[in-house]
Each structure stands twice: as structure tokens, then as C-alpha cells.
Write a protein that binds this ligand. Structure first.
Ligand code: ADP
Length: 328
């Protein structure tokens, strides 16, 4: 029997190449190795202030994008998190097992508290508890993670152990699936990562049209000192070329970069072409799903039925263990 893998994406804005190389490319590939359960994490999206109309729009757009990238509802369970309310129920049960100190020491939480100058909502604190519930509700054994999520995954393991110690073995050990991790840097400030929160100039969105891609790559920051650290704009463009350009041309540019003879104009031109041709078929499929929202909603609904099947079964077993018993 295949091992079960869980992952989720937040519908908080448009997807970019950082999301693709850092996470979603792996999602597609992992479908042939695991029994995959992929969620659109709309409960998680509520930790940021988000307009209801925008949340609705982001959710359907993200579903279209993921299907366009190759998430296959015949192979994987693909659904919307809030269609399975057992996620939040288990999150409450887990919150009662989690020491507050474990949550306040999370790096991501500490960064957010600083960013929000003390105005962070409680959802940001308990976010990793909901993540633990997302994974463990399905008794998943594998989670694909970038390095930024390793700490949260460790917390899921701690919570599972606490539950098992108190109520008897139930949850499996969760293991990270560490694929080749690519950290894509921002195009306009390569010291930060390519991110929605750094604005549209920092990223190439999966929905960017050829003229926008040409403009953004044209304006991308490069450097004259050819420094090989990942914080160099030139190196970042080279990294992007590695994943989207031809191997032969990558070798040529990499060699020229090492010899400090690279022409960034040439690299930018070929990178632009490579990105446009990679995104063209993806955008064609996006356009198809954009025009067929009913079909996408049906896919999500059918996914939710399958997810609820597993969730309700596990939830009943969990309720029994902790003394809540069956729902009357
Ligand atoms: P954003 O920073 O744009 O808000 P998220 O934090 O929602 O993106 O990230 C979603 C997923 O995409 C995470 O798994 C994260 O590791 C990955 N990811 C985001 N930005 C990058 C990046 N610049 N390089 C590599 N992976 C990234």
C-alpha cells in the first residue's frame, strides 16, 4: 500500500515561480510515489486580513492553478480545507495538548509578531496546531516541506507523541519529504525571497503574460561583482535558467558566470524566452479552468467527499479515545 502524504496551499494571492520551484513542482511529481492529499488551506488564509470576495476569488483561482500545473484529481484527493470541519475540531483537541511555550518560540510566529508590532492575532500563534491537525487527521506519514516549515513539522511530531502518550498509540510518525530545495530570490531585491509580501515586482506570477515577464526580467537586479552567493541577483537569474532553460545553455551561462564574462542581457533574453514557453501551456490550461469554474467546483466537491470519508472515520476514533464519544 502506498504511504500517505499531505500538503496544503493558502489562497492568499497569486502563485509565483518561488512557490512553483519551492513546493508545487514537487506536489505534481509526488503524486506517482504517494497517496497524496492536497488541500486549499482557506482556514489558514483567515490569519491575514482578507476581503471575503477576494478569499472566494483566490480560492477558485488557486484551484484552477493547481489543476493547470498537473494536480490530478484522479490520482490525488484535492479539496478545500473548510469543506472538512474536522480539521478545526482536531485543532482544538491538539491546542489543549500543546504548551504555549512551544508556539511562542516558533520562528515564523516571532517574525510575524515583529512585523505586526504586537498586533498579531491568536490564529497566527495557533497556526502550526491547525497544520498538525491537517496532517494528522489523515494519519499521513509524509509531508513535503521546505526548510522554512521544518520547525512546524517538528511540532506536529511533538503533538502526535503527546496524544499517543496520553491516549494510546494512534498517530504515526510524520516524516519530511525533503526534495531539492530551491530558494528563489526577489527580482528587485535579491536579498529577500521572491514573495507575495514583497510585491508584484519581486516575482513572476504563474499568470503573468509574456509582455509582463519580459518587463520584469528586463528590470531584474543583477550585479557586476558576480558573487556566487544566493543573494546575488545575477546568480538568482542563473538559478531560474537552470530550471527553465536548456541544460546545454545553462552550462554555457554557468561557465561564463564563473569566468565573470557573462552577458546579463543575453541571459535575460534567453531566460525570458524560456519562462514564456514554460508558462504558455500552463496558462492555456488555466484559461480552460477559468472558463469552467463549475467543473472545478465539482472536482473540489468530489475531493471533499473523499477527504471527509477518511476524516470522519479517524475523528470518530479520536473522539472515542479522548472521552467525547460518538456524536449524538
Ligand atoms: P509567499 O512568500 O509568496 O507568501 P508562501 O509563504 O505562501 O509564499 O509559500 C508557499 C510555499 O511556497 C511554501 O512551501 C514556501 O516554502 C514556498 N515558497 C514561497 N516563496 C518561495 C521562494 N521564494 N523560493 C522557494 N520556495 C518558496
Amino acid at each position: 500500500m502506498q504511504q500517505r502524504l499531505f500538503s496544503a496551499a493558502k489562497p492568499t494571492g497569486e502563485l509565483h515561480l518561488g512557490n512553483y520551484l519551492g513546493a508545487l513542482k514537487n506536489w505534481v511529481a509526488l503524486q506517482s510515489q504517494y497517496e497524496c492529499i492536497y488541500a486549499i488551506a482557506d482556514y489558514h488564509a483567515l490569519t491575514v486580513e482578507i476581503d471575503p470576495k477576494e478569499l472566494e476569488q483566490n480560492t477558485i483561482n488557486l484551484a484552477c492553478d493547481l489543476l493547470a500545473l498537473g494536480i490530478d484529481p484522479k490520482k490525488s484527493i484535492f479539496f478545500r480545507q473548510s469543506d472538512v470541519p474536522e480539521h478545526t475540531e482536531l485543532s482544538w483537541i491538539f491546542a489543549c495538548l500543546t504548551p504555549v511555550s512551544e508556539l511562542t518560540r516558533m520562528t515564523q510566529y516571532k517574525d510575524l509578531v515583529q512585523e505586526k508590532k504586537g498586533n498579531a492575532n491568536a490564529g497566527l500563534l495557533t497556526y502550526p496546531v491547525l497544520q498538525a491537525a491537517d496532517i494528522l487527521l489523515y494519519r499521513a506519514t509524509h509531508v513535503p516541506v521546505g526548510e522554512d516549515q521544518l520547525q512546524h513539522l517538528e511540532l506536529s511530531r511533538i503533538i502526535a507523541r503527546k496524544f499517543n502518550n496520553r491516549y494510546g498509540d494512534f498517530f504515526p510518525e510524520v516524516n519530511p519529504v525533503l526534495s531539492e530545495t530551491v530558494r528563489v530570490m526577489s527580482l528587485d531585491n535579491p536579498e529577500g525571497k521572491m514573495s507575495k509580501s514583497h510585491g508584484a515586482k519581486s516575482y513572476i506570477a504563474l499568470r503573468d503574460k509574456p509582455d509582463v515577464i519580459t518587463q520584469k526580467i528586463g528590470k531584474a537586479v543583477t550585479d557586476s561583482n558576480h558573487n556566487e552567493t544566493s543573494l546575488s541577483g545575477g546568480h538568482n537569474l542563473l538559478t531560474l535558467f537552470k530550471y527553465f532553460g536548456s541544460a546545454e545553455r545553462y552550462q554555457y551561462f554557468e561557465q561564463a558566470f564563473k569566468l565573470k564574462k557573462i552577458s546579463y542581457a543575453e541571459l535575460k533574453k534567453e531566460l525570458t524566452e524560456a519562462l514564456i514557453s514554460f508558462l504558455e501551456p500552463v496558462q492555456k490550461r488555466q484559461a480552460y479552468y477559468d472558463a469552467h469554474h463549475d467543473e472545478v467546483r465539482t472536482i473540489l466537491r468530489e475531493g471533499a467527499v473523499r477527504a471527509r470519508g477518511i476524516a470522519q472515520e479517524n475523528s470518530a476514533l479520536i473522539r472515542k479515545r479522548i472521552g467525547l464519544g460518538p456524536r449524538s
